[in-house]
Design a protein around this ligand. Structure first.
Ligand SMILES: NC(=O)c1ccc[n+]([C@@H]2O[C@H](COP(=O)([O-])OP(=O)(O)OC[C@H]3O[C@@H](n4cnc5c(N)ncnc54)[C@H](O)[C@@H]3O)[C@@H](O)[C@H]2O)c1
Length: 359
């Protein structure tokens, strides 16, 4: 097991990564034994796959309830959150209760949101079970739910008290979900963690899934993201580099209504486009851009075919939460490992690059 400590101004917690850490040891005891009630919000798929093992972890807490959460982005919503908060109140949950979220980013974001608002905030533990959740969504304290007008619109920064990334869960993760996580690993590799770039270049989709490699990419990603979050918890500046690939990615996801395209594929398209823009303005060399494109192709990170019109993507970029004063903000690369945030892109160049997209 390896640990990363994340210290923000107001909180400090450990992110544990490794094999069999959730099931092998009682990691929760110190925190949960002091709580009057524990709500375990668990992805229904995870409960289906790991039922007795998950329940076994919490057997010693007789004040513990399981709340299976249906999978799918559509369930990470405000209406469901309100119903859930009412259930906690009628179930006798207090300010001294805790929430444990076990699942992918959908379950984690939802559980985090509930913990952040119930009685002005109660203890939260994340147990991420997808690669994307281990390398990205469980780290850094962004919690949110969707409303009909937009995704992740209602939320806040709310740090957990512990994150347990047990890489055993990856064994049952479907391949396309694994690829969605690799896209975020690749993003970290491109913007600052060279060791990840080496691992991605030396492996392939099959070998990367071997447990030593999974452990390494989860640990290195957690370490990298934690370092960025420590410097800028609330995304006032530096943390924006983590949005590399996401300006275009979010616009495409929103255009396709979060249905036909996964977050990972949309971001992979964004990584390609934003690398291409960086090259066209002379910041990235042709060879560096090729390294990014080759990895996207080697790991098959865009695994479906999409037809999207340039003007439609541009239209959806206007509503991005990252925009300021009506300007669309990009993260661009002044070379690999050198991202620069808050960049504007000439509209004709943007149209040209988007117009040449073929998927
Ligand atoms: N908070 C953040 O900083 C942040 C960052 C990135 C993404 N997100 C959010 O994360 C969400 C996407 O998360 P995701 O990609 O983990 O998707 P997800 O939570 O929808 O999980 C993907 C699928 O994998 C299944 N699954 C989960 N773990 C499994 C396992 N071990 N074995 C088998 N199946 C398993 C789930 O049931 C689901 O069907 C989005 O809502 C996005 O907005 C949040």
């Amino acid at each position: 097991m390896k640990e990363v400590n994340l210290n923000t101004g107001g909180s400090s917690y450990r992110i544990s990564t490794g094999r069999s850490i959730v099931f092998a040891e009682n990691q929760f005891h110190d925190l949960l034994s002091k709580k009057d009630r524990v709500a375990v919000i668990v992805s229904s798929r995870i409960l289906e796959l790991y039922d007795s093992r998950i329940k076994g972890i919490f057997r010693s807490y007789n004040n513990c309830d399981f709340f299976p959460m249906k999978d799918g982005e559509e369930n990470k919503n405000y209406k469901y959150a309100e119903k859930f908060l009412n259930d906690l109140l009628s179930g006798g949950y207090s300010r001294n209760s805790a929430i444990v979220g076990i699942g992918g980013g959908v379950t984690g974001d939802f559980a985090g949101f509930i913990a952040s608002v119930y009685m002005r905030g109660i203890s939260l533990i994340h147990v991420p079970t997808t690669l994307l959740a281990m390398v990205d969504s469980s780290i850094g304290g962004k919690v949110a739910v969707n409303i009909s007008a937009g995704k992740n619109i209602v939320g806040s920064f709310y740090q957990p008290e512990m994150v347990l990334s047990d890489t055993d869960f990856i064994q049952t993760l479907p391949e396309n979900e694994f690829k969605n996580g690799i896209t975020e690993v690749l993003k970290h590799a491109i913007i600052g963690e060279e060791k990840l770039l080496t691992i991605l270049e030396e492996n392939n989709l099959k070998s990367l899934r071997e447990s030593d490699n999974v452990e390494a990419i989860v640990y290195l990603s957690a370490l990298f993201k934690a370092k960025v979050v420590e410097k800028d918890e609330k995304e006032g500046g530096l943390r924006a580099i983590l949005n590399f690939g996401h300006t275009v990615g979010h616009a495409i996801e929103s255009l396709l209504e979060y249905k036909t395209i996964s977050h990972g594929e949309a971001v992979a398209i964004g990584l390609l486009v934003e690398s291409e823009i960086s090259e066209r303005i002379g910041w990235l060399t042709e060879q560096e851009k090729r390294r990014v494109a080759d990895l996207i192709s080697k790991y098959d990170l865009i695994y479906n075919k999409y037809k999207v019109k340039t003007n439609d993507i541009l239209e959806h970029m206007k509503y991005d939460k990252k925009n300021t004063a009506g300007k669309i903000n990009f993260v661009l690369l002044k070379g690999l490992n050198n991202p620069v945030y808050n960049q504007n892109v000439d509209i004709d160049l943007l149209k040209d690059v988007l117009g040449n997209l073929i998927f």
